[in-house]
Design a protein around this ligand. Sequence first.
Ligand code: G16
Length: 544
Amino acid sequence: MTTTLTLHTTPFNDQKPGTSGLRKRVPVFQQANYLENFVQAIFDSIQAPAGATLVLGGDGRFYNLEAIQIILKMAAANGYARVLTGQGGILSTPAASCLIRKYATFGGIILSASHNPGGPEGDFGIKYNTANGGPAPEKITEAIFELSKKISHYRIIEASDVALDTIGEYTIGKMHVSVIDPVADYAELMESLFDFAAIRGLLAGGFNIKFDAMHAVNGPYAREIFINRLGAPVASLMNCVPLPDFGNGHPDPNLTYAHELVEILYGENAPDFGAASDGDGDRNMILGRHFFVTPSDSLAILTANAKLVPGYRAGLKGVARSMPTSAAADRVAKELGIPCYETPTGWKFFGNLMDADKVTLCGEESFGTGSSHIREKDGLWAVLFWLNIVAARAQSVETITREHWAHFGRNVYSRHDYEAIPTEVANGVMTHLKDSFASLPGQKLGSYTVERCDDFSYTDPVDGSISTGQGIRILFTDGSRIVFRLSGTGTEGATLRIYLEAYDPDINNHHLDAQVALSELIQIAGQLSELVTRTTRVQPSVIT
Ligand code: G16
């Protein structure tokens, strides 16, 4: 027996989605009706037609299972005909995007706070993806927020929980729930894009890899792809058992948080190749032996070598990068004669470009790379792309990167993050920078001269929508730049990100450590923002 209930609720005023959905601490989501309000606001704003199917899954973090049971009962009460979910409530973000597209569902709900830590006191998150498989655009997230501020009721069915641990068909009221293998469809898609035989040959020939799933969602995906399908030894995997608190770690694949992997790749007898992915499996970090590839360079190198990969042999329509990502990909696009788009931070801005067939590859400095095979960034896809290139070129990651720099020049790049700054202090830094816009152009700062500065705004070339206030750019006459931006994914205070980029065509400087090569720009960024005085921080929390 099931009963549909319409329950009274009162709004919360803080349900504004950030760069990628609503992210809050777990105890915030555990408040009575907090999740229910947001889910009802999603359902009310998207107005799915009768008979619609929804994909639902998450990265397995603490509260994932409870949230899925609630959302299933709410979907049933809101008239959905079917929900597709992964066994154990698990779906990586790219796998969810793959399922939405493959089964042409109305959309999907993904439960994840991505690279943020998990556990009872950690972070939780929820976002809605549309029928193209990509994160909802701003007009939808704004509508959800507006509805969340005036919600008075939500609908839910009283029913027993679905046995999410067992693959099979279930019903809640009139709604069907298909609990499916979370890995199979995604692994099949990967096999259709890359030369698995060549990668298998590379691995069989003694090329050693180490993949770190950081105790997050990609563990089972990596096991199926690297071990079962590509024949890598089991020792190639580390931290591949997903845990609700990520083993108390911070599942962010960068030099700071993936230090266990970094130490192995920079140690004695290091493997030839290392990679890591994040909480929900959409980010990636690529390492060679004793070598780190910046995400910006990675995008450029994938673009330059795409024809070596079966899925991209026909060529690329174009490439897109977020504004703070280095211009390395722009140089490749220019040589290939394809367009390069510069979007605000947030994967959602790439969706329209891919749907309109304007771009094939996209990437962000925040360890995200992907293509039009789905509408999310894709961690394992990037790892496979690299392995495919390495197999085709029979060269190391370092040689491929250095040859790339020798040909295109090097966009030396780094990001400095100052985390958990009081919000008013961070806002003060941004206001101060904007106040100095009028006086900066033409100023000589050390060996750099300011050409112009602005607060980045973007007009979507497909639907004409305008996004303003997307980051402060100080652009120098030689093409170098400093970008200041406040993160839209943190849950504690504000995170100030400072992005630094200098272009160096001289191969004799390409051995330099980025922090050394950028030292003058780093100093200028500190001066311009009055960083130490305003924030009392002398060191960034994270350098990538
Ligand atoms: C999300 C977005 C990315 C964005 C990143 C960082 O990634 O999908 O597009 O680059 O956040 O955003 P911010 O600089 O505002 O913190 P993820 O992996 O967290 O979903």
